[in-house]
Design a binder for this molecule. Structure first.
Ligand code: HPA
Length: 232
């Protein structure tokens, strides 16, 4: 047990998917895993362990934002021995190069959060994905004919900004999309020497002001989960 996870030690697999939404964790467990067992309900942040094609896999909700996700990620790695962590989430496109429903594999994650500013005393750290996981996810997505992009994302602390165009400068430097957790995940994975990846589907286009429908979100989410599970 940890402050945020009630699972006994050993109840969580080394390989784990990390959706932000706990109901997505439930959905993945019930629709993709064999024999899923619920191991956590603390704060309704559901976590399950089951198998996928014979391999033991867990899925854990993390909540939104680097602070919430970092609590779960830290405990999963340090206390439960998780070694391969794949975030599955949504992102907003900030470049015309992307279309709604495209898949983005976050090779790197910039952030406007102060976590690494504080950690590295004002110097900059570049949080990166695990190369092998990234290559595998990319090849699987291509084999499924999914439109897939690999590149930088921005993990923001702010969903509702005060400035009218907060992402313009990031887009000018090649950042593809904005989400809220990847930089925290990659930094903690590096700290503890484990493997991490963040796979995203484009749910909103922040330049064109477009959004996917709930049904489109569900379909692309399912495809992304398949890629993540096959990658594991
Ligand atoms: N901002 C931050 N995270 C997101 C967004 C957004 O616009 N869309 C999906 N995840």
């Amino acid at each position: 047990m940890t402050p945020h996870l009630s699972a006994p030690f050993g109840a969580i697999a080394e390989a784990i998917l990390l959706p932000g939404d706990p109901l997505r964790a439930k959905y993945i467990a019930e629709n993709f895993l064999e024999n899923p067992v619920l191991y956590n309900q603390v704060r309704n942040m559901y976590g399950y362990t089951g198998t996928y094609k014979g391999k033991r896999v867990s899925v854990q909700g993390t909540g939104m934002g680097i602070p919430s996700a970092s609590i779960y990620i830290h405990e999963l790695i340090q206390f439960y021995g998780c070694k391969t962590l794949i975030r599955v989430g949504t992102a907003g496109a900030i470049t015309e190069r992307l279309e709604l429903r495209d898949l983005v594999i976050a090779q790197g994650a910039c952030t406007d959060s102060s976590i690494n500013n504080l950690r590295f005393a004002g110097q900059n750290y570049a949080p990166l994905a695990d190369f092998e996981l990234m290559r595998r996810a990319h090849d699987l997505a291509q084999a499924k004919n999914m439109p897939v992009h690999v590149g930088n994302v921005l993990s923001t602390d702010t969903f509702y900004h005060d400035q009218p165009d907060p992402y313009k400068i990031w887009a000018q430097f090649g950042v593809l999309a904005v989400e809220m957790e990847a930089a925290g995940l990659y930094t903690l994975a590096a700290k503890f020497g484990v493997r991490a990846l963040c796979i995203l589907t484009i749910s909103d286009h922040l330049i064109r002001r477009q959004q996917t429908t709930p049904q489109e979100r569900q379909e692309t989410f399912n495809q992304m989960v398949e890629v993540a599970l096959e990658t594991i």
